[in-house]
Write a protein that binds this ligand. Structure first.
Ligand SMILES: *Cc1c(COP(=O)(O)O)cnc(C)c1O
Length: 228
């Protein structure tokens, strides 16, 4: 399924996104592909860039910092991994969107650093919908508290929610999780009278389900760059 040709892989992934969006009566342009480039070396990232890809995702700030200087500056970087508070400064400097906000203290730190940098930082809250014990992401109750806090912070623009399905989940379980994230989003929009347009869900193995369930960002690594 996966060959070594990054531009072919990208083309095929984009075709699949279009096909599924059309099938589910969604605008294909409303689903943006993030090429997850963690552990991938710069020349391969440039191959993807040359094939037209502009949104890339990294899960470690340090890796992002070391790559960014060797890559075109019109790349939009998405921070998709856990963010430590001592890395907030470079994260805010470099990231278009931080997908992995998971605590009030992190939120406040991002707000103060963004203020210093004269920026409004776009963020998503990472929700753990499965309730399964995982390292990162919060229950919906906690996410709601964090959302309420975010509404008070001037340099934070909360754009929506992110989730990851547990590795061993079945297709039906994954679909249900994605559906729950979407309905939680709908509920929060209604209850707090806010807009949360973005749903970041779906990776190489489950992005098709995610699009059917309303994803606006899919985070795809292996299907583009091959196995890490
Ligand atoms: C690595 C990673 C991905 C991409 O995973 P693939 O299975 O390679 O597509 C997506 N999201 C997050 C948060 C990741 O860490």
């Amino acid at each position: 399924m996966i060959n070594s040709n990054i531009s072919d892989n990208l083309f095929q992934t984009n075709e699949k996104i279009k096909k599924i969006a059309n099938k589910t009566h969604r605008d294909p342009a409303a689903v943006r592909l993030i090429a997850v480039s963690k552990y991938i070396e710069v020349p391969k990232i440039i191959d993807a860039y040359n094939a037209g890809q502009r949104h890339f995702g990294e899960n470690r700030v340090q890796e992002l910092q070391s790559k960014v200087k060797d890559l075109p500056n019109d790349i939009q970087w998405h921070l998709i991994g856990h963010l430590q508070s001592n890395k907030v400064r470079p994260a805010v400097e470099l990231s278009t969107l931080i997908h992995s906000v998971d605590s009030v203290s992190l939120l406040k730190k991002i707000d103060s650093v963004a203020k210093e940098q004269g920026k409004v930082q776009k963020i998503l809250f990472q929700a753990n919908i499965s309730g399964e014990r995982t390292k990162f992401g919060n229950s919906v109750n906690t996410v709601e508290e964090q959302l309420e806090m975010a509404m008070e912070l001037d340099a934070i623009a909360c754009k929506g929610l992110m989730t990851m399905a547990p590795q061993n989940a079945s297709e039906d379980e994954i679909r249900l999780l994605f559906r729950k994230l979407r309905s939680f989003r709908d509920e929060m929009e209604e209850k707090h009278q806010i807009l949360l347009p973005e749903l970041s869900m779906g990776m190489s193995s489950d992005y098709e389900i995610a699009i059917e369930e309303g994803a606006t960002f899919v985070r795809v690594g292996t299907a583009i760059f091959g196995a890490r």
